[in-house]
Design a protein around this ligand. Sequence first.
Ligand code: C2E
Ligand code: MG
Ligand code: MG
Length: 436
Amino acid sequence: MKKRSRTKRNQLYNIHQANEIHLFSHKLDRILSGQSPGCLVAMNIRKFKFINEIFGREFADQLLVDTKRIIKSLLKPNEFCCRDHADLFYIYLEDSQPEGAKQRIEDMMNHISSQFVVSVDSRYQILFYAGIVLYSKETASHDLHAHNLMTSSHFALASARDLAPNHAWIYDAELHKKEELEYYVESRMHRALEDQEFLMFLQPKIDLKRRAAAGAEALVRWKSSEGKMLFPNDFIPVFERNGFCTQLDPYMVHQACKLLRQWIDDGKHVLPISVNQSKTTIFQTGYVRCIQQLLQEYQIPPGLITIEILEDAALYGSDALSELIRELRALGVRTSMDDFGTGYSSLTLLGNLPINELKLDWKFLRKASENPRSRIIMEYVLQLAKQLDLSTVVEGIETQAQSEMVRTLGGDYGQGYLYSKPIPAEEFTAQYTDHI
Ligand code: C2E
Ligand code: MG
Ligand code: MG
């Protein structure tokens, strides 16, 4: 009985929320068609999930109610606000100048923060961030709708997340380009996969002692039907957010297996291929079985495939990652930790994960080329890897001097524009697999 009444209350609450956002959009649409300038603000509470978990649902609910009440009290007569789902608030302000709007919303956030101090042993400050979209007489029209502005405000909000607390980010031309690209990518990705618009480019991995190609890294390119070439940084981050990586990544393994089978059948000099797999992909249920099936389908010796994983995959928990690597290892598939030295690097992680290879990020190399202290660190990491029985690859080698330096410091393999840019698979086949 109790449960049923709670469900009912939740249902009523959801209907109320839906009504609120509907009314807000309606009001905003009316203002937009009236052509008077202003701005839309999207605002979030920092770490709201954490607040919910640590201070409890009741406190968090009250925080939402109070926040809205305070925002309302700071608005001018024609301005209005609403709360969408969770901790997302929308505010319409009449301010149409960037500095004025930013100042006002930042003052508002500071004021709200000053009203709450949560005390559980230590003082915890409630903080906010906000994204602003300004529109003017020129842009306000019948074609500009509330939902477009809301989408744009989310982009500005996402950029504000990394700013100092209680700061706002204004939607600008650069974000507009990003939004357009994201729209393009999301609306075309499924069709592109069906139409085989994702191409496998390969970049050789050079054995620094033998000075010869010892493997290849598969890097995806998207050649759209209009002939536009898109690079991973344009679409992989979007795919990681919307989950499409879980389709693209196995497709790339599939392409690699197909090419390896072709090399074997044609009697070519077969080189192992490394494929990049995102963390959302590798933790999918059935991932290891999917790799196993591809290897079986094309009859590929498992050692010819290396799975490159970014070190931030360990954020899911290094135990889960260890287990996964162990399963791949049991199949005979090699694993490599990509972009080592960026962000989350931890030497402890190296001790815990049963990987086969360590790839040092190009930023590591840049620093080592410029600064003797960084060179010492690089040498230590390369030596440490060797002692842990890991082979090492240094990425982004662009000059002969860098190649020499990496070899002298004890690096096993190098990758970079000095040897070759990533090239189409057919070109790679012609250049690197014809002779032994
Ligand atoms: P990554 O795996 O670290 O790949 C190396 C990147 O450095 C590639 O960029 C490559 O073109 C670039 N590069 C190689 N040599 C040099 C050099 O000498 N100088 C400079 N400045 N850059 C060099 P790309 O192809 O744009 O790929 C970017 C990232 O996208 C990759 O970084 C990888 O993390 C991701 N990625 C690529 N293909 C896939 C894929 O199929 N699935 C997933 N999940 N991620 C992928
Ligand atoms: Mg890689
Ligand atoms: Mg890398």
